[in-house]
Design a protein around this ligand. Structure first.
Ligand SMILES: Nc1ncnc2c1ncn2[C@@H]1O[C@H](COP(=O)(O)OP(=O)(O)O)[C@@H](O)[C@H]1O
Ligand SMILES: [Mg+2]
Length: 388
């Protein structure tokens, strides 16, 4: 089973590349699903067929779906939301305000990912290619399972215990709608799903991200940051696809200049992403819509390269022992010292890079240790933990 998350800046060709990748897999006989989690769905346009929430066949061995986040949300969140709403009503909170409380940022995409988790575990597919939203949303989304499970692990069990004890008393003295077991069960299902999804996406031998870029300064800059943030959240990057390269036959003074600019950017890309497989794709002379053209694209893009087996995910972090000490190391290639912060709190290690933050629960063996130093060198962060 493999999951490939295709992401990149808006408009770089994510959907088209994801579709071509899925087709390349299917043409090798791999049972493949392509799922779009981008609320601005355009997968149906890329294949030029109608697509909905349920997977439908778009080519031999290939199914496609555009995940309907409302439907997914109703399924996983409906019971919990209704219950909480009762509590808000009782408390005199007007319904508009209550609605706002019951919707958190990134929620839609979260439910889309839960659907990806279900599909990946359905046994119907050997590869799931995910056409993701533009980078910023995708990053927020990929950090969400971490944040939520942290939150729920702590808050929920306590809440449930308190409610169990308080219910008889509350029912006697007030008309406060007390959450039913049904809601806790729905919540348990939801968190179970989030946990499963985290396991699946955090396993670099199953899941990896593939970055689509164009040879343009702003696109490259954003991709570098994305690369680092993906590592921060524990996702491996298995490839960089450079799309829309002007082919040799484009000539004339006007485009000669553009070709020069692209050549310089291509050199930058090779250097910046030297650790990952880079594949190039030219700008075609037409919009690449429909299975036959996507297949042409897939053949040019992957050629003899196997779209899954030949692209290996980078390693987000490693734990090594150095004598008595243990060193956690991580590639953070494009950040400065001032952007990195490491704080130890209880049994957790908080890593921040720029505006993103991640908490890592330390393995049992390391809980009795202290962080002695964090060191950034040549795009490499190492955190040393020592015996107390
Ligand atoms: N290499 C390419 N050559 C020609 N057209 C392309 C190429 N890559 C993408 N396109 C076209 O560009 C448009 C936008 O691509 P799309 O994959 O939807 O981008 P994104 O998903 O990143 O927003 C589509 O019409 C697509 O057919
Ligand atoms: Mg798209």
């Amino acid at each position: 089973m493999r999951i490939v998350l295709v992401t990149g800046k808006g408009g770089v060709g994510k959907t088209t590349v994801a579709a071509a990748t899925a087709l390349a897999c299917a043409d090798l006989g791999i049972r493949t699903l392509i799922s779009s989690t981008d609320p601005a769905h355009s997968l149906a346009d890329a294949f030029d067929v109608p697509l909905g929430d349920d997977p439908v066949e778009v080519a031999p061995q290939l199914h496609g779906q555009q995940i309907d986040t409302n439907e997914q949300m109703e399924r996983s969140w409906g019971t919990i939301r209704d219950q909480l709403k009762d509590v808000f009503d009782w408390g005199g909170v007007d319904s508009l305000t209550a609605e706002e409380f019951l919707v958190f940022p990134g929620m839609d995409e979260l439910f889309a990912l839960l659907e990806v988790n279900r599909m990946a575990r359905s046994g119907d597919y050997d590869a799931v290619i995910v056409d993701c939203a533009p980078t910023a949303e995708t990053l927020r989304l990929l950090s969400l399972p971490e944040v939520l499970s942290w939150y729920f692990d702590r808050v929920f069990p306590t809440e449930r215990k308190i409610m169990r004890a308080a219910r008889p008393v509350l029912n006697r003295f007030t008309d406060l709608p007390v959450p039913e077991e049904r809601m806790f069960d729905a919540a348990q299902d939801l968190f179970g799903g989030i946990e499963e999804m985290r396991e699946l996406l955090g396993n670099t031998s199953i899941s990896s991200a593939r970055l689509v870029i164009n040879p343009e300064k702003m696109v490259i800059d954003e991709a570098r940051r994305t690369y680092t943030y993906l590592h921060l959240f524990g996702y491996g990057v298995d490839g960089v696809i450079v799309n829309r390269i002007y082919p040799d036959e484009v000539d004339g003074a006007y485009f000669a200049r553009w070709r020069e600019i692209q050549t310089a950017h291509l050199a930058t890309i090779d250097e910046a992403f030297s650790d990952v497989t880079r594949l190039r794709l030219r700008l075609f002379d037409r919009e690449m819509v429909g299975v036959p053209l996507l297949r042409v694209m897939a053949e040019e893009l992957y050629g003899d390269v196997h779209p899954l087996d030949d692209l290996v995910a980078s390693d987000p972090f490693r734990l090594n022992s150095q004598g008595e000490d243990v060193v956690l190391s991580m590639d953070v290639p494009f950040v400065g010292k001032e952007e990195v912060d490491v704080v130890r709190h209880g049994d957790e290690l908080y890593l921040s890079i720029g505006s993103y933050r991640r908490s890592l629960v330390l393995p049992d063996s390391l809980r009795q240790r202290d962080v002695s130093r964090a060191h950034l060198d040549g795009g490499h962060l190492s955190v040393t933990v020592v015996e107390r």
